[in-house]
Design a protein around this ligand. Structure first.
Ligand SMILES: *Cc1c(COP(=O)(O)O)cnc(C)c1O
Length: 242
């Protein structure tokens, strides 16, 4: 059973890496594109398999589930756990942000000053408690259509949020993240978001990351300049319905 699952994950991971490489080649790109494997709703045994297969970046989108898996992975295999980089990609309530800063290695979904301030507080506390805590890399999540109920900051409010985050000592402004609107052409949405990412980079030259692309639109995102795709279903299969 377990062996079957490991074999299946290895095959889908290899296929996905091939998709990423083919998309980079088609776009004439020689730079790296990070692959974050989003394991939400799937058990920590899958994270173990993936880590053994060399996956470094693991993504989660629900705070409580993520915190449990971080602990379970460390208990199951401390060596592998140390090699995994936990990426928070989902919505964060501001009162949960400080706790997220305790376990996350990168956060893709900062969309308000309140969330940023909570992360800052949590990271400062973590730095007081243990050695080796570095500033937390964070990306600002852009809402392209202005419907912020799906998360994200509007393009109008983005520059002020970026300036705010850049002024926080325990966070590092790393770039922009986008989940395209459900309707419309993903390629056009990614091109639009890439322009916002370029504008952010002009204002904050170190904010070079552009997190875009999921199972269904890896190719379109990489063509538009994504530096990080977040892939769940294509590797783990359908999520269990809850
Ligand atoms: C679930 C999720 C993904 C992965 O989506 P798939 O379509 O399963 O690849 C990517 N980004 C975010 C923010 C997610 O919540």
């Amino acid at each position: 059973m377990t062996d079957t699952r490991a074999t299946e994950l290895a095959a889908r991971l290899a296929e996905t890496r091939e998709r990423v490489d083919a998309a980079r080649a088609a776009a004439g790109r020689t730079d790296e594109v990070d692959l974050v494997v989003v394991t939400k709703f799937h058990p920590v045994t899958d994270v173990l398999h993936l880590a053994r297969l060399g996956v470094r970046d693991v993504g989660e989108n629900r705070v409580q589930e993520a915190a449990g898996k971080v602990d379970d992975l460390a208990a199951a295999d401390a060596g592998l756990a140390a090699a995994v980089r936990w990426n928070m990609v989902g919505h964060i309530q501001s009162n949960k942000a400080a706790a997220v800063a305790g376990w996350a290695d990168r956060v893709h979904s900062v969309d308000s000053e309140k969330v940023a301030n909570g992360l800052e507080r949590g990271r400062a506390r973590a730095a007081d408690e243990r050695d080796g805590v570095t500033p937390l890399p964070v990306l600002l999540q852009l809402s392209l259509d202005g419907d912020t109920s799906r998360g994200g900051v509007t393009r109008e409010d983005l520059p002020a949020l970026a300036d705010h985050v850049a002024g926080l000592g325990h966070l590092r402004l790393a770039g922009l993240m986008v989940v395209p609107p459900l309707s419309g052409d993903p390629a056009a949405h990614f091109a639009d978001a890439a322009e916002v990412a370029a504008a952010l980079r002009r204002r904050h030259p170190d904010a070079v990351e552009f997190s875009a692309g999921m199972s269904g639109d890896i190719e379109e995102a990489i063509a538009a300049g994504s530096t990080c795709v977040r892939v769940g279903t294509a590797i783990l299969g359908p999520r269990p319905v809850v």
